[in-house]
Design a protein around this ligand. Structure first.
Ligand code: FAD
Length: 385
């Protein structure tokens, strides 16, 4: 594996770095300011115009057809610049690839360009009150009627739902079939009649996700992705991309977080503390292991293919390392850790990160589920059930 950028990758990295530097008031090493969520949409259009949206999508679908290594470079530069997380990520990294693989030509026409430009923000409507880890247990009904479906039910924890225009919905269309075969995926307009989105406030006070209620919502046949009853493979494709693309992004962000933690140790006068030094060194070792596992997954994977089960290892290890990193940050702050807002160190940046990190071992598959997947698909153990 060659760890150096090729000339083309170097040019790409340098171009993106300049592009970001022209747009961001902050520089590397500065904790990111929180942008007004409504303003985040404004980032999507210029990003698309500059050719940075849909990097790995095939050219015939409006992407650049680049190898996933470029997505990794993008993630590293984005994180290093302290750029904000974009609300277009579910569309770009999950719904887009699913539509490219399973969508009809009219669906691709209707959504792909709008996903890239940020005109359509997508949420993922999979989890329900009684269907999280056991996703195939979803109860939301998509009852087939002439010309389409009528949807009734509730989805929970949908990231970006309060901002989103559409959701990719996993619903039960055929309750009499075995549970994995009775599911269908639909593209649902969240602004339409019968849909109610409620923001869910998290422990850190923010509302990045929400619940979506569907009450007698009519969805046309033209919004069915893949076959009726063929929703499960579509869902699996989006989940593989969620872990794959996000794992690379999260590892890049973790690397920057660790630099900030080292800066925090210096600023709080704890950099000479032998116990703190041990903990920082351990986190550095884990960062390097994550980085190189990420590089191996990127360089070994098929160009533009679905991410493999290694992405589950990255996501699992990242979430635990990140939780320890944010816990150490609060330890470094000592009694000041209880402060919040303007009075707190870096305006409460670490407090927000620590609270948000609690969800890391749940989102995109809990640690127990990921260990089960790794046991079967990486270590080759027999299926548990
Ligand atoms: C920050 C955040 C963002 C999210 N964003 C989205 C989103 O955008 N869209 C979406 O659809 N969902 C989203 N989710 C929901 C997420 O996918 C679920 O929380 C997750 O799948 C777990 O489901 P659950 O909460 O119902 O827990 P459960 O499935 O009820 O699990 C409860 C506990 O039992 C354990 N457990 C369950 N089954 C097994 C098993 N077979 N073996 C061993 N242990 C098991 C779990 O590991 C967990 O500890 C998000 C969640 C969070 C925290």
């Amino acid at each position: 594996m060659d760890l150096y950028d090729s000339p083309g990758q170097s040019r790409f990295r340098a171009g993106l770095r300049t592009w970001l530097a022209e747009r961001l008031p902050t520089g590397p090493g500065t904790p990111p300011g929180r942008l007004d969520p409504a303003r985040l949409r404004e980032w999507a259009k210029p990003l698309d115009q500059a050719g940075y949206a849909g990097l790995t999508w095939p050219v015939e679908h409006g992407g650049r057809g680049l190898h996933p290594v470029y997505q990794g470079i993008f993630a590293e530069e984005w994180a290093a610049a302290g750029a904000p997380e974009l609300p277009t990520v579910i569309g770009l990294h999950m719904v887009g690839p699913a539509l490219i693989r399973y969508g009809r030509p009219e669906q691709r026409q209707r959504h792909l360009a709008a996903i890239r430009s940020g005109d359509q923000i997508f949420a993922q409507g999979f989890s329900e009150p009684a269907a999280g880890s056991d996703l195939a247990a979803v109860q939301t009904r998509a009852e087939p009627v002439p010309g389409g479906f009528v949807v009734n039910g509730e989805k929970l924890w949908s990231s970006y739902a309060p901002l989103a225009d559409y959701c990719l919905l996993l619903a039960r269309s055929d309750p009499d079939l075995p549970k994995h075969r009775g599911l269908s995926c639909l593209l649902v307009d969240l602004r339409g009649p019968g849909v109610q989105v409620r923001p869910l406030r998290q422990i850190n006070g923010e509302a990045d996700f929400g619940s979506i209620n569907f009450s007698g919502v009519r969805v046309g046949e033209d919004c069915l992705v893949g076959e009726r009853g063929g929703g499960w493979p579509v869902a699996l494709t989006t989940l593989a991309h969620e872990r794959g693309s996000f794992a690379i992004t999260l590892v890049a962000r973790l690397s920057v977080q660790l630099d900030r933690l080292v800066a925090t140790a210096g600023a709080t006068g704890r950099a000479g503390d032998p116990i703190v030094r041990q903990q920082l060194a351990q986190l550095h070792v884990e960062r390097q292991a994550l980085r190189f596992t990420g590089y191996r997954a990127l360089s070994g994977g098929p160009p533009n293919g679905d991410p493999g089960p290694e992405s589950a290892m990255l996501k699992l290890q990242w979430s635990h390392t990140h939780q320890r990193l944010t816990a150490l940050a609060l330890e470094l702050l000592g009694p000041e850790a209880v402060l919040d807002g303007e009075d707190a160190f870096w305006s409460g940046y670490w407090q927000g990160q620590r609270l948000r990190s609690r969800g890391n071992t749940l989102e995109g598959g809990t640690s127990e589920i990921l260990r089960g997947l790794i046991a079967e698909r990486v270590a080759g153990l027999p299926r548990s059930r």
